[in-house]
Unconditional design. Structure first.
Length: 274
């Protein structure tokens, strides 16, 4: 009997082709858990704010830094120590003399500054009052001149009429006004020449410069040189001098002094604060 043939093993299937594969996503490492040491048990004064116990001897809480003994506060400073630079707390002997010398230097500097700046400040205050206040005329009680031509006395300069004038032979003559009581002379108005009218102004010679001498009640004398324009009209001179009792005007350089002409001064007016 013939043996049966052994069947052939089945053919293995061909492997499938491998297609494209998406890249793998990175995976974060797992966190490592480290053991935490247990907090040391502390027995002591509990914090009055957060209740955390603190070791003996601590002055501030180890958690919130609050004072552990709020009743132990420093005594308040006296009122004079609350002013700078005295308000700084220092240890005994640490810079005390330096602070004292600094304070003394500041006080001396303030006193010296006030001594030198007080007159300037007062003058500025009075000048401001002069500008903001009104003025009124002041009449002298006596008018005298060192010289005068007949028919043209010194009192013509205070009669309120500009068509009458004081006349003198030439430069160098002076006229003095005396007042009954001291006053602050805010300014004065000078009407030069024979008249304030243009057609009569240059009828006589005129002074181009005058020396102003003002005497106060305390005897102090103030000098000022006044330059006058050679034209008809009034010239206002701002003075701002206190306690005036006497004013003297001395004629300086003149113009138009020819032939029989004389140096003429028509009017002088004085004003104080109203």
């Amino acid at each position: 009997m013939r043996p049966e043939p052994t069947p052939a093993p089945p053919a293995e299937p061909e492997p499938e082709a491998i297609g494209p594969v998406a890249p793998a996503k990175p995976v974060a490492p797992r966190p490592v858990v480290r053991p935490v040491a247990a907090q040391e048990e502390v027995s002591g004064v509990p914090c009055p704010v957060c209740g955390t116990p603190n070791p003996p001897g601590r002055r501030f809480c180890r958690r919130c830094a609050s004072p552990l003994d709020p009743t132990a506060q420093r005594a308040p400073l006296p009122w004079w120590r609350t002013i700078w630079p005295l308000r700084r707390r220092v240890r005994a002997g640490s810079g005390r003399w330096i602070r004292f010398l600094v304070i003394l230097a500041v006080v001396v500097a303030l006193c010296a500054g006030g001594f030198f700046l007080l007159p300037a400040g007062r003058a500025l205050f009075e000048d401001t009052r002069d500008k903001l206040s009104g003025v009124k005329a002041v009449s002298p009680v006596d008018v005298r001149a060192s010289a005068a031509e007949p028919g043209h006395p010194a009192k013509n300069t205070t009669d309120g009429l500009s068509n009458r004038y004081w006349a003198v032979p030439g430069a160098g003559a002076s006229i003095t006004y005396t007042f009954g009581k001291p006053f602050r002379m805010v300014d004065l108005i000078i009407t030069n020449g024979a008249s304030r009218e243009p057609e009569q102004y240059d009828r006589e010679a005129r002074a181009l410069r005058m020396d102003l001498e003002v005497t106060s009640a305390d005897g102090s004398v103030h000098h000022r040189e006044i330059d006058l324009a050679d034209k008809a009209g009034d010239t206002t001179v701002t003075t701002g001098i206190d306690d005036v009792v006497k004013v003297r005007l001395t004629l300086g350089s003149v113009t138009g002094l020819t032939g029989s002409r004389h140096v003429a001064l028509a009017e002088v007016e004085f004003f104080q604060r109203s």
